[in-house]
Design a protein around this ligand. Structure first.
Ligand code: SF4
Length: 403
């Protein structure tokens, strides 16, 4: 495992950030904040998908008034996103938000910044200094000859200096850019400069799958270096997708306890006895809303599947129109091919309740192993060790080239 960088801790509502606390997942609502019911519906969906902290825009008086009604009914802490108008930050605090995000690129008057920080200090409300590569203070852009990691870090440091003047230190920082290497460099630089907790993100990553790839590359690289205390995927998609992606990344890196199924599946090949993509997708849908913290494998053939996925809690491999179920690599049952997904769900629910040992104990493993061996041997007899006929093709290629 990797060592996490030591940072100070702040709390957003009741959620700790930094100082060794579990890394949190954030997202942002896309509704008008004045639409109280619509925004709350989205917040509930986000919380169910694993979002720990949510941000809502506070861009007008109606939004601040909406926040006053949303905050007491929200299951997770609310952060108000503030651009340009420092008065909206004051109004959001009046509404009871648990945190603020200020963009130093567009609230630039020192007296405005200090007025917000003083009020936040008195109310014990943390502020994220949210530097964004796309809206950097033009003077820093000029000084650094364009957008650089140093320019973004300097922007954050300038804001911290104003906060210090009014004795405010409940801070976290982000230095987001849409360019992944630039964002990684800026966060590394920041991590060397301060022990303030960091909020990671690749801004304007775009729609999935490219957006997911960019965000995962940037956020994942930093997390593996121990950098980062809270994360947000900025996708051009339903924000629930952002929360799911954030949660999945943290679970994949072992940084948060697994809450959902980790579905692994073989990429399929000439040996596949089923349409692996179809079965894996159907299994994914069947497990989507079942909070089962298990690793489950869908494998295309019984020749190699059970061995390749022997670490999975539960798996199924196809062979001769049958599905061979295995638990921790031990064959436990055989079902008709058409019932593979249903069988996975049934066994997963049993394992979740009673554990893998109990699942193996209840099974007729000798029979299941015998049946699996029968199908495996038959497939090997029919298709041979070279199921893709690669050896035959190579002979043909050699003939073609030498003719
Ligand atoms: S050998 Fe079997 S388990 Fe491995 S990729 Fe091919 S079909 Fe899937």
């Amino acid at each position: 495992m990797f060592e996490r960088r030591a940072t100070r801790q702040i709390t957003v509502g009741k959620v700790p950030v930094g100082g060794g606390a579990p890394i949190t997942v954030q997202s942002m609502t896309t509704t008008k904040t004045a639409d109280v019911e619509g925004t709350l519906q989205q917040i509930y969906a986000l919380a169910a998908a694993g979002c720990d902290i949510v941000r809502c825009t506070c861009n007008e008086q109606e939004a601040a008034e909406g926040l006053a009604q949303i905050v007491p009914r929200s299951p997770i802490p609310i952060i108000a996103d503030i651009h340009h108008q420092y008065r909206m930050a004051l109004a959001a605090m009046e509404a009871g938000v648990h945190g603020l995000r200020l963009n130093p690129g567009n609230i630039r008057k020192p007296e405005h910044i200090k007025a917000v920080a003083s009020e936040a200090r008195d109310r014990n409300i943390p502020i994220r200094i949210g530097v964004n590569g796309g809206s950097l203070d033009p003077s820093l852009y000029e000084k650094h000859n364009g957008l650089t990691a140093a320019a973004m870090v300097e922007s954050a440091m300038q804001e911290i200096a104003y906060f210090k003047e009014v004795d405010f230190d409940l801070i976290k920082i982000s230095v987001k850019a849409s360019n992944v290497p630039l964002m990684v460099e800026a966060y590394r630089m920041l991590a060397d400069t301060t022990d303030i907790p960091l909020h990671l993100g690749v801004t304007e990553a775009g729609p999935p799958p490219a957006g997911l790839v960019k965000a995962t590359a940037g956020i994942g690289a930093l997390l593996l270096e121990g950098i980062g205390d809270t994360i947000r995927y900025s996708l051009t998609a339903d924000p629930v997708e952002e929360a799911k992606a954030g949660r999945q990344l943290l679970e994949a890196l072992g940084l948060r306890e697994r809450k959902n199924v980790d579905l692994i599946a073989c990429p399929s090949c000439g040996r596949a006895e089923i349409d692996v993509i179809d079965v894996a997708n159907r299994a994914m849908r069947a497990f989507e809303d079942k909070k089962l913290p298990l690793q489950i494998a869908v494998m295309g053939c019984v020749v190699n599947g059970p061995g390749e996925a022997r670490e999975a809690d539960l798996g199924i491999a196809a062979g001769n129109k049958r599905g061979h179920l295995f638990v921790k690599g031990r064959n436990v049952a055989v079902v008709p091919e058409s019932e593979m997904v249903e069988a996975l769900v049934e066994w997963a629910e049993f394992i979740n309740e009673h554990g893998t040992d109990a699942a193996i104990a209840r099974a007729d493993t000798s029979r299941a192993e015998r049946e699996a061996a029968k199908d495996r041997n038959q497939l090997l007899d029919e298709k041979g060790a070279d199921a893709n006929h690669a050896a035959e093709k190579i002979v043909e290629i050699r003939k073609t080239v030498s003719d």
